[in-house]
Design a protein around this ligand. Sequence first.
Ligand SMILES: [Zn+2]
Length: 95
Amino acid sequence: MSDLPQAVELTPAALHLRWPDGAAELPAARLRAVCRCGGCRARAERGEPAPAPAELVDAVPVGRYALNLIFSDGHDRGIYPWTWLRELGPVNAAA
Ligand SMILES: [Zn+2]
């Protein structure tokens, strides 16, 4: 079982995660750009440009394994497993 963050905080600009060994801040624009949902993958395969940056509106837990992020441009298909979020963000040693 992958470890889960101890705290999740959402602001329009970023997703803040507190892991057992530090905190990570993932900018909303980056999360929007790396979305792996079917529509975004198809768009990337067609060679179309990444979506315009968008703000975060909501984060809905998907079971115990992922977050479904909702963006201000209406995009709500992105599922972000904790293991992937962990890889995306640097962990700052600041306790
Ligand atoms: Zn997507």
